[in-house]
Write a protein that binds this ligand. Structure first.
Ligand code: ZN
Length: 88
């Protein structure tokens, strides 16, 4: 019985999350609207949707975030190097 309890550790962690809610920590900032998060307890990955609600990070969403991330980088790059602020 004791062994069973140990092997169920992961399940119990998830149980704790479903009971108390996930303890999300921001792992990656995509842009000002989107970020990626990971739960400190069960390592569940999440992102936020356009309404700011946390949703499970699927591989499809991860691809979208990756694209958004690089678009944002590109935008920053362009604004920095191609449209520098005019000297006063
Ligand atoms: Zn969790």
């Amino acid at each position: 019985m004791k062994l069973n309890y140990l092997t169920q550790g992961l399940v119990n962690k998830n149980y704790r999350c479903s009971l108390l809610g996930h303890r999300f920590v921001e792992t990656k900032k995509i842009n000002i609207h989107f970020s990626e998060y990971q739960c400190d307890v069960c390592k569940l990955q999440a992102t936020n949707d356009s309404r700011g609600q946390k949703i499970t990070l699927t591989s499809k969403l991860k691809d979208i975030n990756e694209t958004l991330f690089y678009l944002n980088l590109k935008k920053q790059f362009i604004s920095k190097f191609y449209f520098p602020k005019k000297e006063q």
